[in-house]
Structure formats: structure tokens, C-alpha cells
Design a protein around this ligand. Structure first.
Ligand code: NAI
Length: 286
């Protein structure tokens, strides 16, 4: 039987989540997607209208099939957590069962189990503010959406993940080195995500034989990255200074994720794997 993957954090064909889905599909996995509730309608209608057909193309010429798209808001674990104003918001009211616990229950009902969990989402409402100017609410929101969202997804999915399965998240080097401009507590959120990768690797490894790794990716012009505002500069900086002087493609991150999710990586867990043209290894710009 082919593997089944759930990828949280796809809302268009530009981000890392989409590229990871494609690499997993090319390797024969069945693809389930979790899409942020406010982005669901436009993503599904674009899919239906064929807007992504060109980028659905796999190396063998076939088109990636997404078996099912689930609405998801990874900031809420169950319906009791959802504030009234969000419940009443018409973009949310139009969908149902989008808290983490409900999504996992739906996947269980629909498919029984999964093998691969991918977390490719982040949100920091104050990302453009320096940490020194970040509010408590902004900081906590960044951690909730970008770090605890992974703890919660793994916690709920692990009970329906087949032994030998794997989970992968996406992190950024701003967790361990100073990247001015990556503010709002997002650097803190990535540090938490990386630390949690180790602790969760131990807990999920011992209890469920599940591997937990994270990819520290180089800069990509995704929707989320464009919102931060300095992505072109980071891409230029990387091309100028990294050991490999080429633009990083999302596909390169997708392929690393497919490797980490596969039995080829059966002894790799608790790791931060750099997929960044080697930029992390530099000590100074040149
Ligand atoms: P993206 O915009 O394609 O993906 C982010 C996704 O998160 C979006 O689809 C958005 O709808 C979703 N999202 C936001 N809040 C959510 C919530 N509460 N519940 C569910 N989904 C939610 O952008 P990108 O850049 O591909 O981001 C994917 C991951 O890669 C993130 O963790 C990001 O921090 C990481 N990353 C990105 C880099 C870059 O340069 N683009 C570099 C290193 C890491």
C-alpha cells in the first residue's frame, strides 16, 4: 500500500507545502491537505477551475491528485476553544469541523490512518515589528500559530499514525542566528519548534515509533514570506553569500521532505536538516 500524507498549510501553489505535496505524490503517496479556513474557498475554487494544473504536473507527466482538502485552523484544538467572534465570522461559519481535534476525527473516519504528517504553516501578526516592540499578544499568537500548532497536530494525529511514520515541519535559521526583520516573536516561535522537534522525537519515537524532524529552509518567495517584506533581500543575500550560488527552489525542499518521510531516513529523528544552499554554514558574508 502507498503511504498517506496529511499536509497542513497549503493555500496556493507557491509555498513549501505545495512543493512537499508534489514530491510526496511523485513518490507515490496519497495526498490530504489542511487549508486555513479563511483561504479555503479561493484555494478549492482555483483547484477546481484548473488554475493550478500547470503546477500539478509531476515528473512522469501525470497531475498530482489531492484526495481531500480539509478546512483547518491550527490555532484551535477543539470547538470549546473558538471565540464567539470567530464562530460568527462568515468565512468560518461557512465551514465546519476545522479545529485540530475535529480534523483528525474526520481524517480517521474518512481514511482510518496516515503515515506522514507535514506542518507547513506559520503566522505572526506582528512579524514586521522588532522583538523589542512586540506585544505580549503578538508574541503569544506567533507561538500559538507557528509552534504549538505542531505540538497539537502531532498530539492528535499520532494516535492514527502507522508505526514507522514520520512528521516534518519547516523552520528558519532566525531561531539560532540574528535575522533582523524576522520579528514579532517569529524567531522565538522557530526556536520553540526546533526544541520541540527533539522532545517530540523522543516521546513519539518511544511511544509510537514515529520520527519527528524539521527542515530549516532557505528563503522562498511564498505568500507568507512576501508578507514579511524582506524576502527579495534574503534571496539576494543567499545568492551572494551561500556556498551554492543559485536560487533555492521549493522543489528542493519538497524532495528533502520526501526523503525524510521515507524509509531511506529510518534512523533520522529529532534533527534540524538544513536545505538552504549551505548558507547556515557561513560565518561571514563574502
Ligand atoms: P505559505 O504562505 O505557502 O504557507 C503558510 C501557510 O500557513 C498558508 O497556507 C496559510 O494559510 C497557513 N496558515 C496560517 N495560519 C494558519 C492557521 N492558524 N491554521 C492553518 N493554516 C494556517 O508560506 P511558506 O513560506 O511556504 O510557509 C510554510 C512554512 O515554511 C512556514 O512554517 C514558514 O515559516 C516556513 N519557512 C518559510 C521560508 C520562506 O522563505 N518562505 C523560510 C524558512 C521556513
Amino acid at each position: 500500500r502507498g503511504k498517506r500524507a496529511f499536509i497542513a498549510g497549503i493555500a496556493d501553489d507557491n509555498g513549501y507545502g505545495w512543493a512537499i505535496a508534489k514530491s510526496l505524490a511523485a513518490a507515490g503517496a496519497e495526498i490530504l491537505v489542511g487549508t486555513w479556513v479563511p483561504a479555503l474557498n479561493i484555494f478549492e475554487s482555483s483547484l477546481r477551475r484548473g488554475k493550478f494544473d500547470e503546477s500539478r504536473k509531476l515528473p512522469d507527466g501525470s497531475l498530482m491528485e489531492i484526495t481531500k482538502v480539509y478546512p483547518l485552523d491550527a490555532v484551535y484544538d477543539n470547538p470549546e476553544d473558538v471565540p464567539e467572534d470567530v464562530k460568527a465570522n462568515k468565512r468560518y461559519a461557512g465551514s465546519s469541523n476545522w479545529t485540530v481535534q475535529e480534523v483528525v476525527e474526520s481524517v480517521k473516519q474518512d481514511f482510518g490512518s496516515i503515515d506522514i504528517l507535514v506542518h507547513s504553516l506559520a503566522n505572526g501578526p506582528e512579524v514586521s515589528k522588532p522583538l523589542l516592540e512586540t506585544s505580549r499578544n503578538g508574541y503569544l499568537a506567533a507561538i500559538s500559530a507557528s509552534s504549538y500548532s505542531f505540538v497539537s497536530l502531532l498530539k492528535h494525529f499520532v494516535s492514527i499514525m502507522n508505526p514507522g511514520g514520520a512528521s516534518i515541519s519547516l523552520t528558519y535559521i532566525a531561531s539560532e542566528r540574528i535575522i533582523p526583520g524576522y520579528g514579532g516573536g517569529m524567531s522565538s516561535a522557530k526556536a520553540a519548534l526546533e526544541s520541540d522537534t527533539q522532545v517530540l522525537a523522543f516521546e513519539a519515537g518511544r511511544k509510537h515509533k514515529i520520527r519527528v524532524n524539521t527542515i530549516s529552509a532557505g528563503p522562498l518567495r511564498s505568500r507568507a514570506a512576501k508578507a514579511i517584506g524582506f524576502i527579495d533581500m534574503m534571496i539576494d543575500y543567499s545568492s551572494a553569500n551561500a556556498p551554492l550560488q543559485k536560487e533555492l527552489s521549493a522543489e528542493e525542499v519538497g524532495n528533502a521532505a520526501a526523503f525524510l518521510a521515507s524509509p531511506l531516513a529510518s534512523a533520522i529523528t529529532g534533527a534540524v536538516v538544513y536545505v538552504d544552499n549551505g548558507l547556515n554554514a557561513m560565518g561571514v558574508g563574502v
